[in-house]
Design a protein around this ligand. Structure first.
Ligand code: FAD
Length: 564
């Protein structure tokens, strides 16, 4: 760098090193100036978060033309799908985390990382304000601010309590690594409490009643892990209370795992019934105290107290306050979730992108565009199109909005698929525009909400990094006019999510999986598929080795139940 070369210049001048030495240092300083200029021209990219979305963005990003700064209160990436396994010691917490500095190490430069929380995004002045998350003994200032040319918000979401009284104070959550560690200690505490002398049998029973609120994938997986932990390990150590343990899952919908295929949902319900896990569907929790959960049975309207030893709240996520505040600033205050366009750019901001759980792609514009395309094609205002006109339009829509294609397979649109596969147009001579538009509005409702999953977050991160990498070459904004000249269309294809299926581990070495192409697989072999997929998806060889050795240790020695 620059400081050492100015030293060189000084040394040679003082020692009378003459012309050669001077010109040598001059050329070094010229190089350095170019380097400094290049650095000064680098766009400043500030990334908030070190989760799934940001880690894949940072991994894929070519930093030669960007000055990248990352801020997150966590200096590590956590492999969240294995968090339920951490709650019972099947896998150790350190096995599923990787220091972010390892992940973002680059050959051609450095990404700066600061362990701090972003407390405010100042959209007007392109600045973020941050506060160090280290409380103890910090010498100097805790707060700092960073300017950005581009901001990538990837702060994820926070747990949603739906403002239910007592939840914050008396429930466990399962969102962060610390949450999983706390649950592990708390489960063991419940057993230690239950065997204290001089307790009545009823008191022991209550101490050993584990309540899980939320029958989604996280709640169900935790219930399954807990069941295995208790019946494979803890009852051997606490045999006197074996028959007093109970697990209840409270779910407001009619089924658990209701976002999965109905075959998986009913397989899970049957498995839980065999395992003695009590699934209470159609019940809403009204409040929680340290002693009981009050739930309302929707069908009867009755309020029922449920005494508990511990409660895990797992009912979904909501927007973080820092993002909410940003939404107010940019005119999105009335929305629930930060909206981006299909290129993941925040609506209303040219320079801000949002990926992962903190944002959602707003498809309203897509639907408006599609409606306009139809209107323009229906020149005689008859409300119908010939099959040929229709096929042209569909081809156009699929190029512009490839995500629509995903949903063309849905049964509502089967006639469309038939038409596309029928180039002669034998099936139909005319297409009713209104009918098709109403089918598309069904597509719209499906498109609106991509699931808040690691799969979506990681794919969005990779997509955005590829846009940033090509940006330099394009020398324009991503929404350049190249692809669809004159129509104001985009240079990059919009983000398109590829669904690779999803798992639901159900305990007892059994799992269910929803695979692409409407395949459903359940049972032991699926559990082995789960092991191999999750081992292969680890972010580093270190965590892969640690996770596999934890699984092996558990097979041989069982889980550790020490309260440390
Ligand atoms: P996160 O991964 O949550 O990362 C957010 C990051 O932002 C974190 O580093 C956080 O510290 C940081 N941050 C927060 N606030 C601030 C701030 N103010 N300033 C700066 N940084 C901030 N998905 C699947 O696809 N498959 C699964 O099997 C699966 N299992 C799951 C199991 C559990 C128990 C949980 C909780 C989630 C699971 N998910 C799964 C969902 C998945 O974890 C999330 O969808 C994913 O983490 C979202 O990624 P993200 O990058 O948006 O957010």
């Amino acid at each position: 760098g620059f400081p050492s070369s100015s030293k060189l210049l000084l040394v040679f001048s003082l020692s009378g090193g003459g012309l050669v030495a001077y010109s040598e240092s001059q050329s070094t300083s010229a190089t350095n100036n170019t380097e400094l200029e290049r650095l000064a021209n680098k766009k400043k990219v500030v990334v908030l978060g070190t989760g799934w979305a940001s880690a894949s963005f940072l991994k894929g990003l070519d930093i030669s033309s960007y000055d990248v700064r990352v801020v997150s209160p966590r200096n590590y990436f956590a492999f969240t799908p294995l968090l339920p396994s951490v709650t019972c010691g099947t896998v150790e917490a350190r096995s599923i985390v990787e220091p972010i500095r390892n992940i973002v190490k680059k050959k051609n430069g450095e990404i700066q990382f600061w362990e701090a929380e972003c407390t405010k995004i100042d959209a007007a002045n392109k600045k973020v304000f941050c506060r160090s998350s280290i409380d103890a003994n910090l010498v100097g200032k805790k707060e700092f601010s960073l300017d950005y040319d581009y901001l990538v918000i990837a702060t994820g979401a926070e747990v949603n309590t739906f403002n239910t009284p007592g939840v914050m104070e008396h429930c466990h959550f399962l969102k962060e690594v610390e949450d999983a560690q706390k649950i592990r200690t708390s489960v063991i505490d419940c057993f230690e409490k239950a065997i204290l002398p001089e307790l009545t049998e009823e008191e022991r029973r209550i101490n050993l009643h584990f309540v899980i609120v939320g029958g989604g994938p996280t709640g169900v997986e935790f219930a399954a892990e807990l069941h295995d932990f208790i019946y494979e390990d803890l009852v051997k150590l606490y045999p006197m209370v074996r028959d007093l343990v109970s697990i209840t899952v409270i779910q407001s919908g009619d089924h658990i795992l209701n976002t999965y295929d109905s075959r998986i949902s009913s397989f899970a319900e049957q498995k839980f019934a065999r395992d003695g896990i009590d699934v209470r569907t159609g019940c809403r929790v009204l409040s929680v105290t340290d002693k009981e959960v009050i739930m309302k049975i929707k069908s009867t309207g009755e309020n029922v107290p449920v005494p508990h030893g511990m409660v895990v709240w797992s009912t979904g996520v909501t927007t973080r306050p820092v993002v909410k505040d940003f939404m107010e600033q940019i005119g999105q205050g009335k929305r629930r979730v930060l909206a981006t366009n299909e290129w993941l750019r925040v609506k209303g901001r040219e320079d801000v992108y949002a990926i992962g759980d903190c944002a959602t792609i707003d498809q309203r514009k897509v639907m408006e565009d599609i409606a306009a395309i139809f209107k323009a094609a229906d020149k005689d205002n008859s409300g119908t199109l010939t099959v040929e006109e229709f096929q042209d339009i569909i081809a156009d829509i699929l190029i512009r909005y490839p995500q629509v294609d995903l949903h063309l397979q849905s049964e509502h649109l089967s006639s469309v698929t038939d038409l596309l596969n029928d180039p002669e147009g034998n099936a139909l001579k005319e297409v009713d525009i209104e009918g098709f538009k109403s089918a598309l509005s069904h597509v719209d409702s499906q498109l609106k909400s991509l699931p808040a999953t690691a799969q979506v977050a990681a794919q969005q991160g990779t997509y955005l990094s590829s846009c940033f990498n090509r940006w330099e070459k394009c020398k324009t904004q991503p929404e350049g006019p190249r692809r669809f000249k004159g129509s104001g269309r985009h240079e990059f294809l919009p983000f398109r999510y590829k669904h690779f299926g999803q798992f639901a581990p159900l305990g007892g070495e059994q799992a269910a999986a929803e695979l692409p192409g409407d395949w459903v697989s359940v049972g032991r072999s699926t559990q082995w598929l789960w092991y191999s997929v999750y081992a292969s998806k680890q972010v580093s060889w270190r965590t892969r080795v640690l996770v596999v050795s934890d699984w092996t240790r558990r097979f041989i020695f069982g889980r550790d139940s020490s309260r440390i």
